[in-house]
Design a protein around this ligand. Structure first.
Ligand SMILES: CCCCCCCCCCCCCCCCCCCCCC(=O)SCCNC(=O)CCNC(=O)[C@H](O)C(C)(C)COP(=O)(O)OP(=O)(O)OC[C@H]1O[C@@H](n2cnc3c(N)ncnc32)[C@H](O)[C@@H]1OP(=O)(O)O
Ligand SMILES: NC(=O)C1=CN([C@@H]2O[C@H](COP(=O)(O)OP(=O)(O)OC[C@H]3O[C@@H](n4cnc5c(N)ncnc54)[C@H](OP(=O)(O)O)[C@@H]3O)[C@@H](O)[C@H]2O)C=CC1
Length: 515
């Protein structure tokens, strides 16, 4: 019997960010392994015209939850969506709901955050810092609370090269920032933001670091743990391989590469690609929840959920495998044949952007215009290049994350728990994982049918022929222009033509002799 699964039995669990990528996988695993849990409270806001109930219905009826419905047929009754908007100071939770949360919650998983790199400082602080403080305040009023698990990111201290499982102080106190945001106007905030974030690459990582400090400062006598995942990728094993549901992180770039839009990336090929499967992160979260509640460590422990120091893979290996998978399982209606050129050189990167990205987009837009259609490729290309440039910081550096706490926890688990809640990334086979990942992007993000693969392969063959034709035509045009202007080019040209002519004459003569 799994001790971790048994621990969650009969428990009331509060999850923030349950409608997000990590949150959904967390709920799925909880229901599947502890179907006798009492209730999962999720803090949700209405979104995109959907009510809370519609959002929950959509999640529970997705493919991700197919297995859950077999193990826990009354899953609908065990999930309680509570209206909450974390960008409001009191979350906007009703009095009755708040009362229920305060009196019943046993474990909290705080996943909600804004993960946009370019969010405004005000919004990012509100969500990643102030909301965390507010939730901790709520937690301190929960008599039955056994553990509070805060999800941060391995990149919260990416201004350092070696990162230990400790909370590092930020130059400016979070409280000072929260207070000043109350009276400063938006224009001033955006002006001071770059000075505040200093050597952090973006507002997201900076506010996640502030969030950790808030956890440390407001922990009171709560049992708290922090988990820091690196780049969270598709599921490795559970509930099935390759599940993904948004275009964040590598997902958008895999789409852009598979569709042939993105063919070069400013990336250091040897830098560590610190991806971690989402189910591995979730298994660690559940194990940490159990350990924190049962063993009650004296201080707040930080756990790194990273792959780099246990089972490293680099961007070159990843790119090669992604390309190999595109060969086997191509995406439909590609713009160009997929190709992956990683360069860390600024000049080469600019060159590839001009030749491989912007020029084809402009040519295609001209074609659309000529055929009476609305041009759209340049806009799309700009969007993709903007996203790629936002991620550049993370694909041109390597970090070392120590994983003592994570390894200690692994050794504390029973063999059964190590199997059911496996977070040992050493067992991950990257080639297999990446193939399933790309397949998952095709199936679950692009919603492409596997039956379309032969047609997609045909399409790629056509694109290859167009590519050869285009290159030959381009070569001839450039050559013709050169001949017109340079005597040397003319001489070379006549030499080649006469050589070819002589070769053909010889070939014809020798074949006539044979007959
Ligand atoms: C050479 C080829 C290579 C081939 C081989 C390939 C091998 C694989 C290589 C993989 C290398 C991976 C490196 C990963 C490094 C991750 C590091 C993470 C580190 C920290 C991790 C964390 O701790 S935490 C999570 C990370 N947090 C994000 O990862 C959010 C980022 N992101 C944004 O911060 C905003 O996205 C940003 C960008 C501002 C734009 O902002 P923006 O305003 O311009 O655009 P929007 O985001 O509003 O998007 C407008 C609409 O475009 C849609 N769309 C957007 N991108 C799209 C896309 N690429 N493909 C299709 N569709 C896309 C979107 O879905 C919207 O569609 P709709 O309007 O219909 O909803
Ligand atoms: N994905 C990754 O690569 C990594 C993620 N992390 C961390 O993991 C956690 C989860 O990330 P992930 O699942 O990928 O992110 P998602 O963007 O998929 O999910 C974010 C969640 O937060 C919720 N949320 C955002 N704003 C509000 C709000 N105002 N009120 C209520 N809920 C809100 C979202 O709700 P809604 O659906 O309504 O928008 C959603 O459920 C985050 O803390 C992130 O920092 C750490 C490292 C890497």
């Amino acid at each position: 019997m799994s001790m971790i699964a048994a621990f969650y039995g009969g428990k009331s669990i509060l999850i923030t960010g349950a409608t997000g990528f990590l949150g959904k996988v967390l709920m799925e695993k909880l229901f599947r392994t502890s179907p006798d849990l009492k209730v999962i409270y999720i803090l949700v806001r209405p979104k995109a015209g959907q009510t809370l109930q519609q959002r929950v219905f959509q999640i529970l009826n997705s493919k991700l939850f197919e297995k859950v419905k077999e193990v826990c047929p009354n899953v609908h009754e065990k999930i309680r969506a509570i209206y909450a908007d974390l960008s409001q100071n009191d979350f906007g939770i009703s009095k009755e709901d708040m009362q229920e949360l305060l009196s019943c919650t046993n474990v909290i998983f705080h996943c909600a955050a804004t993960v946009r790199f370019d969010d405004t400082l005000r919004h990012a602080v509100q969500l990643n810092v102030t909301a965390t403080r507010q939730l901790l305040l709520m937690a301190s009023q929960m008599p039955k609370l056994e553990a509070f698990i805060h999800i941060s990111t391995a990149y919260s201290n990416c201004n350092l090269k070696h990162i230990d499982e400790v909370i590092y102080p930020c130059p400016v106190e979070p409280k000072k920032i929260i207070d000043s945001l109350e009276w400063l106007d938006d224009a001033i905030i955006e002006e001071i933001a770059p000075k505040l974030i200093r050597d952090w690459p973006n507002i997201y990582t900076y506010t996640k670091a502030l969030g950790e400090m808030v956890v440390q400062q407001e922990s009171r006598n709560l049992n708290i743990a922090i988990i820091r995942p690196s780049i969270v990728g598709a599921t490795w094993q559970e509930p099935f391989p390759g599940w993904v549901d948004n275009v964040n992180g590598p997902n958008g770039l895999i789409i852009a590469a598979g569709k042939g839009f993105l063919r070069a990336l400013k990336a250091t090929p040897k830098a560590v690609a610190d991806l971690i499967p989402v189910d591995t992160v979730v298994n660690l979260m559940l194990a940490v929840g159990w350990y924190t509640a049962v063993h009650r460590p004296k201080s707040t422990l930080v756990y790194h959920s990273t792959s780099g120091n246990l089972n490293p893979c680099n961007w070159h290996k990843m790119g090669v495998q992604v390309l190999a998978t595109f060969e086997k399982i191509p995406f439909e209606r590609a713009f160009r044949r997929p190709y992956a050129n990683f360069t860390s050189n600024n000049f080469t990167s600019q060159y590839w952007n001009a030749v491989s990205h912007r020029a084809p987009a402009i040519i295609y837009d001209c074609y659309l215009r000529l055929t009476g259609r609305k041009p759209r490729m340049t806009k799309l290309m700009n969007q993709i290049l903007r996203t790629a440039s936002m991620l550049e910081y993370f694909i041109n550096r390597s970090w070392e994350w120590s994983t003592y706490n994570t390894e200690m926890l692994m050794s504390e688990l029973s063999p059964e728990d190590q199997r059911v809640f496996n977070f040992d990334v050493r067992q991950l086979n990257w080639l297999e994982y990446i193939e399933n990942y790309v397949l998952g992007v095709k199936k679950y993000l692009l919603k492409e049918d596997m039956a379309g693969i032969p047609e997609a392969k045909q399409h790629l063959k056509r694109l290859r022929n167009i590519h050869y034709l285009f290159n030959t035509a381009l070569f001839l045009i450039v050559w013709r222009l050169l001949i017109a202007r340079s005597q040397m080019a003319r001489n070379v040209w006549f030499f080649i033509v006469s050589f070819c002519y002589k070769f053909l004459s010889y070939f014809r003569a020798s074949s006539t002799l044979k007959v």
